[in-house]
Design a protein around this ligand. Structure first.
Ligand code: FAD
Length: 388
């Protein structure tokens, strides 16, 4: 099977939504020789995938998600070879810092739990913490280091997958809104506002925070709400902070995170979320949230007190009721697939989700377990709980 020309109206697969999930899926489907039409309402990577914090983090995840996160991490390390650019992925390490004695035990327990998934974490405390991460507050009790995690530039990653998919033969229609998806006989008919109808025997819905309306049409409504994580960036200063730093705490307001880019700016986020309105495609920074973030950022890296914030922003992210995404086939409609609802932790997973979805659509099965993310967990009668 091959790619096609922009006049092509049929393909093996139509991917709805060109965030990192959709763009990566289109790329990996082409590597498997499947013809693909990727349809994006705006520009590829314009929504959550382009405005996020850029955390390529595995530690702290829901444990059954780690095989997928590991698969994704391997792809992050191969981006230049696969898509011809690195999206500024820096395997700088990622530390989770705690300030309470009882939290040290929790970080240690997590380090034990993730070992069976092949993730090796190191708990650093006392003098070692001060020596290795001198910018971290002396009040910190310990840090959990994931040495092979890091960060990337979200502005670059999804568009790079989109361009690579197109080079590999995918048809990519930007500024094209899908207004209806229906199954007629063996094929799906995907109607767009700007370019008419397209047909394919398989459709992936990867429409981010907007996916609910599309899945509901197939009798699979998902309990998704939109929120806007709150981001900011400081003026540039000489590069000094290598790892991504996150605060480990049960208190939402304390859970801030930061990373320094090689150009010197410190990007930060976390704490309380702000309002996001998918209907008008707007997410807002609540200035009160920024003011709440600042003391918590200074708490973990006191030197940040001297820096000015030069910009704040937010974006629209879909959060599921149970805190984990929907990844996999429809429970009701053969040929329909979902990759939606990434609950603020989709960046790291993006390339792996694209790879695993392409495998699933191409072969009907996956070598990486994704059952806990099946949409059927929201079917009537399960109370929206994750099934084992
Ligand atoms: C401010 C912010 C900070 C974040 N920080 C992090 C972080 O540090 N680490 C992390 O792991 N995750 C983070 N996330 C979450 C992460 O960005 C998302 O989980 C991830 O980008 C989701 O990718 P996606 O492709 O599913 O969604 P999106 O990027 O939202 O892509 C969905 C696409 O579908 C398109 N679409 C929707 N409806 C239609 C339609 N009808 N027709 C055609 N196209 C349609 C949209 O235009 C959009 O481009 C953050 C998110 C935000 C908003």
């Amino acid at each position: 099977m091959s790619g096609g020309t922009s006049g092509t109206r049929t393909a093996d697969v139509i991917v709805v939504g060109g965030g990192i999930m959709g763009a990566a899926t289109a790329f990996f489907l082409r590597r498997r020789g499947r013809s693909v039409i990727l349809i994006e309402r705006g520009l590829v990577g314009q929504q959550a995938s382009g405005v996020n914090f850029g955390n390529v983090r595995r530690q702290g995840r829901f444990l059954p998600q780690l095989p997928l996160a590991n698969r994704s991490r391997a792809i992050w390390g191969r981006l230049p070879e696969l898509i011809g650019e690195d999206a500024e992925f820096l395997p700088s390490g990622h530390i989770r810092v705690c300030f309470r004695a009882e939290e040290v035990g929790e970080l240690e327990a997590h380090a034990r739990d993730v070992l069976e998934y092949g993730l090796e974490l190191e708990i650093v405390s006392g003098n070692a913490l001060r020596m290795r991460f001198p910018y971290v507050s002396p009040d910190a009790k310990a840090a959990s280091l994931s040495p092979l995690d890091g960060h990337a530039n979200p502005r670059l990653a999804a568009p790079a997958f989109g361009r690579a998919a197109r080079r590999a033969g995918a048809i990519v229609h930007e500024e094209t809104e899908v207004v209806a998806v229906e199954k007629l006989g063996e094929d799906f008919v995907v109607a767009t506002r700007e370019r008419g109808e397209f047909r394919a025997p398989a459709v992936q819905i990867s429409a981010g925070a907007w996916a609910g309306a599309l899945s509901a049409r197939f009798g699979e409504p998902v309990p998704m709400v939109a929120h806007g994580p709150q981001m900011g960036v400081t003026e540039p200063v000489p590069y000094a902070i290598e790892p991504v730093i996150g605060v480990y705490s049960d208190i939402a307001e304390e859970g801030v995170y930061l990373r320094q880019v090689l150009r010197g700016n410190i990007v930060y986020g976390g704490g309380l979320r702000g309002p996001a309105l998918p209907d008008i495609r707007r997410a807002y920074v609540d200035p009160a949230n920024t003011l709440r973030q600042l003391p918590h950022l200074r708490r973990v890296v006191p030197a940040l007190a001297q820096l000015r914030t030069i910009r704040t922003w937010s974006g629209i992210e879909g959060y599921m009721a149970d805190g984990i995404p929907v990844i996999g086939p429809s429970a009701r409609v053969p040929g329909l697939f979902y990759a939606v609802g990434f609950c603020g932790h989709g960046v790291q997973l993006g390339p792996g989700v694209g790879d695993v979805m392409a495998e699933l659509i191409d072969t009907g099965a996956t070598t990486t377990p994704i059952e806990p993310f099946h949409v059927a967990r929201f079917a009537a009668g399960t109370g929206g709980q994750v099934q084992p």
